[in-house]
Design a binder for this molecule. Sequence first.
Ligand code: ADP
Length: 160
Amino acid sequence: MKAFFPGSFDPFTKGHLDIVARGLKLFADGIIIGIGYNEHKPGRAEAAGRAAAELERLFEGVPRVEIKIYDGLTVDAAAASGAGVILRGFRNAIDAEYERSLADANHMISGLETVMLAARPELAPLSSSMVRELLHNDYDVSRFLPTPQDCIRACEGEKA
Ligand code: ADP
């Protein structure tokens, strides 16, 4: 089975990479990273395009990971790409509640199940919004962002 891992990934962090690497262990046919955007919000398509280009670069050496951009419903994008399950992560109780209601809604409208992985404790404080805030203040965020080498190492070490 393939899993669909949706998000905005603005930017894609080591927390996201950990979910992908652990997901590959569970879903032998691979993971589709879906970059969602809302076509009615100005500039979002361009931002999604930039995120996709970056993700293509990061996962070039990992054959079981595909990158897709989508607008509209996540469940439709997941089904269209042949995924049988949605993959998400959660860092804390607030995330967990939010993810639960998303998962419930997605199940209600499509029957698609969501598998949620708890963030590893050392990665739980890491979020895209935190990285953006640090970047905005000229803080060096490189240790929070994976390199293509990190992606290969993390994903190869987690073979199904
Ligand atoms: P969205 O905008 O849909 O919340 P994000 O790009 O922020 O998307 O996150 C995508 C998914 O990755 C979400 O399920 C989120 O909870 C999860 N995630 C983000 N950061 C981490 C982390 N540090 N550890 C585990 N999961 C994470």
